[in-house]
Design a protein around this ligand. Structure first.
Ligand code: NAD
Ligand SMILES: O=C(O)C(=O)C[C@@H](O)[C@H](O)[C@H](O)COP(=O)(O)O
Ligand code: ZN
Length: 378
């Protein structure tokens, strides 16, 4: 598949390429180009016979319907499935509902699934696309910061089971990712801040200079400054793409670096019941737990922990959960996909911009890291 010819892109739109051998695709990042998004999708996938939109219920009117109209205007057959907003929609029931609707709407191998929403819709619709008719093409149109910097790129799709996050899913790369930062204008501040946790993660795992840039620009980012956000999105997507190109299916350990803070974070989400914390909020607390664990093992010093805490705080993210249940979390961690031969493995920092995988960590140290994060840093 050829990538997008640059000359055909609306002018201020930046193209980042994800040159995976079997399925190369582009990430298009622009601002205020929503009215051209439908045409761009059509041009990129000219043999699309049918667009099956999967849209978050909160944004159907504002962001979903205009795209539907754009594709109908170029004579594409369009159907739309609305998914209730919230993490609980990443469920077997919602997935089965999408399969059934795709069947009734006669989706076939020339259909394209277009996910419009945050990471919940992207992961759910992506898994439906991966599985219906053994695989339909997928376009990700992420509308939250978190989905623009992370979930729309890299092909992880899936759903949750009641006590286990993302445990059923597939690697299924999109054919195109379309980002318009204009959608961030309608985002509640809490949801914006949640996305900033994954942005901070890229600094810690891969790019000390980017971490320093985030420290300088934290208040602009937290206040949704468009220029700062656009830079953060472009750097984040490029960092994630580089990791995914190196280790698409998380086999060498490189991709697992993107899981920094997630062994703790997913256990927080599962034990809290998927409604208390947004994903990025749980990851923020999870990153603090991971930094404490690294510190207690002598991998980083207390100054590292303080520095990471300070950034997360400036980004308006939570750093503690007073009800964190160490035993419950330890149990939930057994569902982590990094578990190998029954042993937990943690991604831990060794210096700013660098992380490594560690195992054989005593439960007592894990519990201590959780207990420290039952209260805010002093
Ligand atoms: N596949 C991956 O690689 C990957 C990476 C990171 C996170 N995730 C997953 O992504 C999910 C979190 O994604 P999220 O943070 O986008 O959450 P989300 O999809 O639940 O969206 C958050 C909230 O924002 C609302 N919303 C979406 N777009 C909006 C807009 N433009 N304006 C106003 N409101 C809007 C939604 O209705 C929802 O209430 C989690 O399930 C997480 O596990 C997946
Ligand atoms: O893309 C990846 O790889 C990631 O780990 C990105 C994470 O931010 C994301 O939350 C992912 O869904 C977690 O993956 P999982 O394999 O631990 O479910
Ligand atoms: Zn994540």
């Amino acid at each position: 598949m050829s990538l997008m010819p640059e000359s055909r892109l609306p002018t201020p739109v930046q193209e980042l390429k994800v040159p995976l051998t079997a399925s190369p695709y582009s990430i298009l990042v622009g601002t205020e180009w929503w009215e051209q998004v439908g045409e761009t999708i059509h041009r990129t996938l000219p043999d699309m016979s049918h667009a099956f939109f999967v849209v978050d219920s909160e944004i159907r009117g504002q962001w979903g319907e205009p795209l539907v109209k754009q594709l109908r205007d170029v004579n594409i057959r369009v159907d739309l499935a609305e998914v209730p907003s919230g993490e609980n929609s990443k469920s077997p029931e919602q997935l089965a509902g999408l399969w059934e609707q795709m069947r009734m709407d006669r989706a076939d191998r020339q259909s394209v699934v277009i996910a419009v929403g945050g990471g919940v819709v992207g992961d759910l619709a992506g898994f439906a696309a991966a599985t219906f008719n053994r695989g339909l093409r997928l376009v990700q149109v992420p509308t939250t910061l978190l989905s623009q910097v992370d979930s729309s790129v890299g092909g992880k799709t899936g759903i949750n089971l009641p006590d286990a996050k993302n445990v059923v899913g597939a690697f299924w790369q999109p054919s195109l990712v379309v980002i318009d930062t204009v959608t961030l204008n309608t985002l509640p501040p809490r949801v914006l801040h949640s996305g900033l946790a994954e942005v901070a993660k890229y600094g810690v795992i891969a790019d000390a200079d980017f971490f320093a840039w985030l420290e300088k620009n934290a208040s602009r980012l937290a206040k949704a400054d468009p220029e700062a956000l656009r830079h953060a999105i472009a750097v984040s997507c490029q960092t994630k793409a580089d990791v995914v190109i190196a280790d698409e299916r998380e086999t060498t350990g490189r991709r697992a670096t993107l899981n920094y803070g997630h062994t703790f974070g997913h256990a927080i989400e599962a034990t809290a019941g998927y409604w208390k914390f947004l994903h990025g909020e749980a990851i923020s607390i999870g990153m603090r737990m991971a930094a404490h664990l690294a510190c207690s093992r002598g991998l980083v010093d207390a100054a590292f922990v303080d520095r990471q805490n300070a950034l997360l705080k400036q980004l308006q993210l939570p750093l503690s959960w007073d009800e964190a249940d160490p035993q419950g979390m330890l149990q939930a961690m057994q569902n982590d996909k990094k578990v190998s031969h029954g042993k937990l493995r943690f991604v831990l920092p060794t210096e700013m911009g660098h992380v490594q995988m560690y195992q054989d960590i005593p439960d007592a140290q894990i519990i201590e890291a959780i207990e420290i994060c039952q209260s805010d840093p002093s």
